[in-house]
Design a protein around this ligand. Structure first.
Ligand SMILES: NC(=O)c1ccc[n+]([C@@H]2O[C@H](COP(=O)([O-])OP(=O)(O)OC[C@H]3O[C@@H](n4cnc5c(N)ncnc54)[C@H](O)[C@@H]3O)[C@@H](O)[C@H]2O)c1
Length: 254
């Protein structure tokens, strides 16, 4: 079978995190050369398992983003796919969130997406099918209580995705966002922290129409398709992947 990303060059921020690592693995399996850009080589999973060439990158640093893109330029001269999966969450209401925490989450989730896109664009222009895939969230449409700043960052990523798709569509650059619901990664583990893990997982699964939470592989499947030639007409969209969670109204359980 033909590999979907044969010979393509991809850079995945948060590439050693739960979703990012699965994306790097899938991209490699599809024949791509992959850079896994993250703060630490072991990433949020704290695992030695490698996938992709590791680049140390703090997405909030303009200098580090420029250096990472220069590495890609020197080694390949082109970037075909940029995935912005680096992200953090802050579990707090507006009142409970300090200005420092607010600025920090904005710097990673929003400014990071802006910076990597800005400096990837010249390299993306050398590609036959250039594509940026951002990580939004269903929290950018509807709010989870106690995640105010996080919801704000994801709403901003959604708007940035559409704006970039409009600006760069005429030069053939596709820009999309995937908007996951509950995905089984260290970030979700942090969200569940303090609760009886087995019980809270069963409860989380039960609120989904599909009665299950998502996996990093589910994310990688959609991201892989969006990066591929099959998605040549897909741009400017916010692809919700949440097991049907955001399709339903809250109901009384009779
Ligand atoms: N897990 C979920 O339920 C869920 C739901 C919706 C959206 N998302 C989004 O998916 C994306 C991936 O998250 P995940 O679930 O894999 O979480 P994760 O915590 O497993 O991975 C996030 C990765 O981002 C990296 N990172 C953090 N700050 C960084 C920085 N300044 N520079 C570079 N890398 C940095 C971390 O080291 C980590 O490896 C995030 O944008 C998140 O908001 C996750």
């Amino acid at each position: 079978m033909t590999k979907m990303l044969n010979g393509r060059v991809a850079l995945v921020t948060g590439g050693r995190g739960g979703a990012g690592r699965a994306i790097c693995e899938r991209f490699e399996a599809e024949g791509a050369h992959v850079y896994a850009a993250d703060l630490r080589e072991s990433g949020s999973l704290d695992s030695d398992a490698t996938s992709g060439t590791f680049i140390r990158l703090d997405v909030t640093s303009e200098d580090e983003v420029v250096a990472a893109m220069n590495t890609v330029r020197e080694e390949h001269g082109v970037l075909d796919v940029l995935v912005n999966a680096a992200g953090i969450e802050v579990e707090a209401t507006v009142e409970e969130t300090s200005l420092e925490q607010f600025n920090h989450i904005m710097a990673i989730n929003v400014t990071g997406t802006f910076l990597t896109s800005k400096y990837a664009l010249p390299l993306l222009r050398n590609s036959v099918n250039p594509s940026i895939i951002n990580f939004g969230s269903y929290d950018g449409f509807i709010a989870d209580p106690g995640l105010a700043a996080y919801c704000a960052t994801k709403g901003a990523v959604h708007a940035l995705t559409k704006a970039m798709a409009c600006d760069h569509g005429p030069e053939g650059i596709r820009v999309n966002a995937i908007c996951p619901g509950y995905v089984d990664t260290p970030m979700l583990g942090q969200f569940f922290q303090g609760a009886d893990e087995e019980a809270v997982r069963a409860e989380a699964a039960a609120i989904h129409p599909l009665r299950t939470i998502g996996t990093p592989t589910d994310m990688a499947n959609l991201v892989n398709w969006l990066a591929s030639d099959e998605a040549r007409y897909a741009s400017g969209q916010l692809w919700v992947l949440d097991g049907g969670l955001s399709a339903q109204v809250q109901q009384m359980r009779l």
